[in-house]
Design a protein around this ligand. Structure first.
Ligand code: SF4
Ligand code: SF4
Length: 119
């Protein structure tokens, strides 16, 4: 009769799971440190010409990922924290925010950076 192989748990981390860095918010007030922008598959794109600076997007953004100017106008997205949920685009009364595919946007950005570097 063939011998049964002993099953062994395989852990890829040298000192076990307890040494793995937590990937969530574990300390109060630590959300800002987490690069939630890495989770994004879609990104918001702002159109300044259409924007009426009502700041509805700022109020509704669940990640506080919309930066404003000192005089209370839309400034830019904080792509470090923006998860690409699309709420800002939905809420914008003048459709000044489009949602684009993240990988296509990154490709476009790379091309633009290359072209700017050549100038
Ligand atoms: S909701 Fe739209 S119009 Fe209002 S500030 Fe945001 S982008 Fe501009
Ligand atoms: S896509 Fe979502 S997380 Fe990103 S700025 Fe808009 S509302 Fe905030």
């Amino acid at each position: 009769m063939a011998k049964k192989k002993k099953l062994q748990a395989v852990c890829p981390v040298e000192h076990g799971w307890k040494t793995i860095k937590p990937a969530g918010i574990t300390e109060p007030g630590s959300a800002e440190e987490l690069k939630t922008g890495d989770w994004r598959s879609q990104r918001p794109i702002h159109n300044m010409e259409k924007c009426i600076h009502c700041l509805q997007c700022f109020i509704f953004c669940p990640d506080c990922a919309i930066k404003t100017t000192e005089d209370g106008k839309f400034k830019e997205f904080d792509y470090y924290h923006c998860k690409g949920c699309g709420i800002c685009a939905e809420i914008c009364p003048v459709k000044a925010i489009d949602i684009a595919d993240e990988s296509e946007s990154l490709e476009k950005e790379k091309k633009e950076n290359k072209q700017n570097a050549k100038k």
